[in-house]
Design a binder for this molecule. Structure first.
Ligand code: MG
Ligand code: ZN
Length: 356
């Protein structure tokens, strides 16, 4: 009898441990980081310059995202952002709409509907294509006034970047900053003020137009990300935060490898903020990817620890090749292998158990 109960105990312990190992842990929060124009060469140039290491190497899973749009082999950031945010391939230049011009809900809007906290932090105007894809529904990415007004149609908790003029100096004479205040947003015009805001709603309009490039921007991106996490983390139901390293793309359009490295290292510092938060928190999934590669960049030779390298570019525009994906935290295993850039919304939706 005694031997039998010990045997039962051993068997049930075995079954229990098997069940807990197979039940995959789900994240409560998602931090989605987009390096605009970030291909393998952009990443590796920074890794070489930084002495053969980057924070993003802490990610435990990696994959590839196919970036073509609905009407072009080579996507722009409008269609690329829309694929990442809304899960649909659309035509180049379009924001938050399907190829037949029907508005599509973004993962951020869906998360908000499910009472999660939501945020956007970018190193460019908040009306630019990539952040716009998470908030706005417009036929053309250059409709900055309309995109700014779309922020007022959402209840996004935190958004930080540049583009103040599209809120305050508009063709229709609306003052969107005042309208944001009516909606209980606290407005910050500089990083020092922004960092004093620890809860509630926050609109950080730090620059009149786009943020300056590195190094003039200083630690705007990593510090704003830290500030956003501080606020979003107050929501017990979890959060979705999108962060963009916006100007890797612009440096690559200029075929300026040294500037690509500067922007990449700033983005990696921001990735480190996200990974440190996730590591401490234990319930946060970090996903890092790009909307497309820019410049057809390659590195032919280099010296570890310096930004002196033989880099070459095959284009002044975007290329059509797949871009890397890196993931860390609960659910990260869903982001290995080759996938379409439209896969992220559905995967995150499922992992965060969001309801439509
Ligand atoms: Mg962008
Ligand atoms: Zn570009």
């Amino acid at each position: 009898m005694k031997t039998q109960s010990i045997l039962y105990l051993i068997i049930s312990l075995f079954i229990l441990s098997f069940l807990s190992a197979s039940a995959q842990k789900k994240p409560k929060n998602v931090i989605f980081l987009i390096g605009d124009g970030m291909g393998i060469s952009q990443i590796y140039s920074a890794m070489v310059a930084n002495g053969n290491k980057l924070a993003l190497e802490r990610c435990t899973y990696a994959g590839f995202s196919k970036t073509y749009s609905a009407n072009n082999f080579t996507t722009d950031s409008g269609a690329g952002g829309t694929a990442l945010a809304c899960g649909v391939k659309t035509k180049n230049g379009m924001i938050g709409m399907s190829a037949d011009s029907v508005a599509v809900e973004s993962i951020l809007t869906l998360a908000k509907k499910n009472e999660l906290a939501t945020g956007i932090v970018v190193a460019c105007g908040v009306t630019h294509a990539t952040p716009a894809a998470y908030i706005a529904h417009q036929i053309n990415r250059n409709m900055y006034d309309e995109i700014a007004a779309d922020y007022l149609k959402t209840d996004i908790d935190v958004f930080i970047g540049g583009g103040r003029k599209y809120f305050e100096n508009r063709a229709d004479d609306r003052n969107l900053t005042n309208e944001l205040k009516v909606k209980n947003y606290q407005i910050a015009y500089n990083l020092a003020d922004l960092k004093t805001i620890r809860n509630g709603k926050l609109a950080g309009l730090l620059y009149e137009d786009h943020n300056p490039a590195m190094p003039e921007r200083g630690n705007m991106l990593p510090e704003s990300t830290m500030a956003a996490l501080d606020i979003l983390d107050n929501n017990k139901k979890g959060f979705f935060l999108m962060v963009e390293g916006s100007q890797i793309d612009w440096a690559a359009h200029d075929n300026n490898a040294k500037q690509v490295i500067k922007e990449m290292l700033d983005f990696d510092k921001t990735i480190e903020v996200a990974l440190n938060f996730a590591q401490k928190d234990g319930n946060t999934l970090v996903i890092i990817t790009a909307d497309h590669e820019t410049g057809g960049m390659t590195i032919l030779n280099g010296t570890f620890g310096t930004d002196e390298m033989k880099a070459a570019f095959s284009s002044k525009d975007h290329s059509g090749i797949p871009v890397p994906i890196f993931a860390y935290g609960p659910g990260a295993e869903n982001f290995s292998g080759f996938m379409e850039n439209t896969c992220f919304k559905a995967k995150i939706e499922k992992l965060l158990k969001l309801k439509n």
